[in-house]
Ligand binder design. Sequence first.
Ligand code: NAD
Length: 426
Amino acid sequence: MINKLGVVGAGYVGLVSAACFADLGFYVCVIDNDANRIQALKRGEIPIHEPQLEELVKKAVQSGHIVFSNSYDDIKDSCAVIMAVGTPSNSDGSANLEYLYSAVKQLSQVLKNGSYIILKSTVPIGTAESVRNLLAECAPNKVYPVINNPEFLREGNAIHDFQHPDRIVIGISDQSHKERMQYLYSHFIKNQVPVLFTDNATAETIKYASNAYLAMRIAFINEIAMICEKSGADVKAAAEGMGLDTRIGRHYLQPGPGFGGSCFPKDTKALSYYANANELDTPIISNIMRSNTARTDDLNAKIDALFMADKRKNIAVLGATFKANTDDMRDSPAIPVIRFLIEQGYNVRCYDPSHTKQFREYFDFDLLTTAQDALHGADAVLVLTEWSEFQLLPVTEFSGKIVYDLRNILNGVWLKNAGINYHCIG
Ligand code: NAD
């Protein structure tokens, strides 16, 4: 049975999975080809911002349940290896599998025969099959079951989501693989978490379909917000009214500046790519990204109209990450908005509570250290991420400024009563 686990990729999914499995009593070795990242982890530094992760990793290090390494040799005795490397978008929208294939090749040179290779990375339909073919070429004398086990955690709530999943999806090609996977997830099975065993392609489809569906809900409510702004209806109340219908539900119906992050855009694009490549006419899936881009364009025009009309040039931007409680800026909807402001000649001062290092990958200026620093001297404020810290800012910080809250998180009534020129969505 599985007691030694290898994890390839010490990112948002790999580190969280490793820490949570270690907490359940497994012995986990996490490897990454980024030497700096592994050195940092060995020094006890967590390279990403994720609530509770530091405490969990520290506990696992102290109990000897987690170790970090740069070498595939250190996971060669693992009973199962979880693949958690990135699968970013290629320029045509397809998923870039070069990190996965490279990791599989390196792994196959050392991993003991019979170990399970578990694909936790989000991979296109048919990937388990191609990994199997690759393994047959690279390690013809060994047999490794290739399992899909897509991850559904949300950054910012990742530990909670991993420990309390709605469901666990496991894609297998042979019923004999069930037992070992049930052992890996026995804690969750004991706690009545539904575990769905499917074939590989179905597990791959479930992950893509789930992300594209959630992205579609956000795109949909943003289109409703545009309609509300035209008609004078209140989009918050409209979303609540829709969400109270149990057939619809309340989640992912918050209007905002569009969906972003390292998953929804890339997975929606990859699903659409798959449909196109297979000559399938899927107008809903194919237009989700178009709706999201239209959202950015519409908001940029509204921001410009609002700030220009009042000759506001110095803009304090609050929030840069794609959502609160993470430092992840990948595909953040804040990026095209900040770029647009800069192109239009506005002076932008930006603050994000995560102090994300990724900001400098997108912009050639630094984030400010506090919200007050960003607000100082600004004549307009744009809220782009729903960090709760922004709700605690004293009203005096907004005096004399136009406030455009693209996350509807500030207390508009309170600000308006204090004489602030406050605008929000819908
Ligand atoms: P990430 O970029 O944070 O981490 C990936 C890590 O893999 C990096 O540290 C990188 O250095 C390492 N890596 C790349 N190639 C390697 C190799 N050949 N050998 C060893 N290490 C290698 O990525 P992530 O956000 O954790 O996402 C990983 C996968 O999980 C993706 O497929 C993603 O779609 C999926 N996923 C992500 C989330 C999320 O919220 N981030 C949620 C569910 C699923």
